[in-house]
Design a protein around this ligand. Structure first.
Ligand SMILES: Nc1ncnc2c1ncn2[C@@H]1O[C@H](COP(=O)(O)OP(=O)(O)O)[C@@H](O)[C@H]1O
Ligand SMILES: [Mg+2]
Length: 308
């Protein structure tokens, strides 16, 4: 099956000279939930912008369901719904009018039953006759989503959908994404909440400094990069790592009171028995021990650094 989105060698250089996207290649399959992760300024919004045609690209080629977004802009744009990062609404319009208007903009015939279901799904039906200016921030965001879905797009882009939203909206958003997936809609979301990617995505891409540094199935990513961490609570705090342990992937934490060791859980030799023996030999005693599995968050931090 041809991909729903195909991004080939896309570069974006802003007028300032800043290269926000540097030869990005990315393919997204029909019906998949793809999470694009990256720290602030990585290029997530720019990438969504060039795919949706709101930002011009400097070089490269993008196809949406086979339609070239430059040569065949209208056909490509019709397929796409975009929920931008920043709230942008006609504040004096009512919810229902604003959402119905968005549908008309895409040249689709009116479908009151569809719009009603959409507004109900987003808990907006009771507010349909309220002017947007009178809505809370969360309700405004719901309205943005309703607008993006008003023309029944095959692909939905959600740019940081849950940044700064309340728990209810976040939960509703996750439920909505699952429902869309069940209907075969392709969903691309950006986030810096890793748990969101972990919860929802089929595949995860990591972008940093305008380059895609990794794309993989979420499960494979966890399997390949997932490590375990052994943490020892030391009887006596250590001021520094003993020189006998140089070369081991160890870190002192909590003012030298805890020693943590990262290892590959799937390796035949995890090194744990050797480490424990070695600690005994050099007289480092501990009174408790704990192991945890690293999360996508740890993997992400390893890739892009603590600054994320
Ligand atoms: N309109 C613009 N003009 C110049 N630079 C921009 C513009 N928009 C974004 N940038 C810069 O491009 C880089 C990527 O930004 P952005 O795509 O918004 O990243 P993200 O969404 O991952 O936080 C940042 O360095 C940002 O400052
Ligand atoms: Mg952004």
């Amino acid at each position: 099956m041809p991909p729903m989105i195909s991004v080939a060698a896309v570069t974006k250089r802003y007028k300032s000279g800043l290269v926000a996207l540097d030869a990005v290649d990315l393919e997204i399959a029909k019906g998949e939930i793809f999470a694009l992760l990256g720290p602030n300024g990585a290029g997530k919004t720019t990438l969504i912008g060039v795919i949706c045609g709101t930002v011009s690209m400097t070089a490269g080629r993008i196809l949406i369901d086979g339609h070239n977004i430059v040569r065949n802009y209208r056909a490509a744009r019709r397929i796409v719904g975009l929920v931008p990062q920043e709230i942008a609404l006609d504040i004096f319009s009512t919810v229902l009018n604003s959402v119905s208007y968005s549908r008309r903009l895409f040249g689709r015939a009116a479908d009151p039953a569809y719009i009603e279901r959409l507004l109900r799904d987003l808990s907006l039906w009771d507010k349909r006759d309220t002017r947007i200016v009178e809505l809370s921030g969360g309700m405004k965001r719901r309205t943005m989503i309703a607008k993006a879905l008003s023309h029944e797009p095959d692909v939905l882009f959600l740019d940081e959908p849950t940044a700064g939203v309340d728990v209810n909206l976040r939960r509703d958003m996750w439920a909505l994404v699952r429902r869309l997936r069940a209907e075969g809609v392709t969903v691309i979301l950006t986030t810096h909440y890793i748990e969101e990617a972990e919860e929802m995505a089929d595949r995860v891409g990591v972008i940093n400094h305008g380059r895609i540094v990794l794309v993989d199935e979420k499960a494979a990513l966890m399997r390949k990069l997932g490590k375990r961490r052994l943490t020892l609570a030391l009887q006596e705090p250590l001021p520094a790592l003993p020189k006998e342990l140089a070369g081991w992937p160890l870190e002192l934490e909590d003012g030298g009171r805890r020693l943590s060791y990262r290892f590959d859980a799937s390796a035949e030799d995890t090194g744990v028995p050797t480490l424990l023996r070695r600690l005994g030999e050099i007289g480092v005693d501990f009174n408790d021990l704990d192991t945890t599995t690293t999360t996508l968050e740890d993997i992400f931090v390893d890739l892009v650094g603590r600054a994320a």
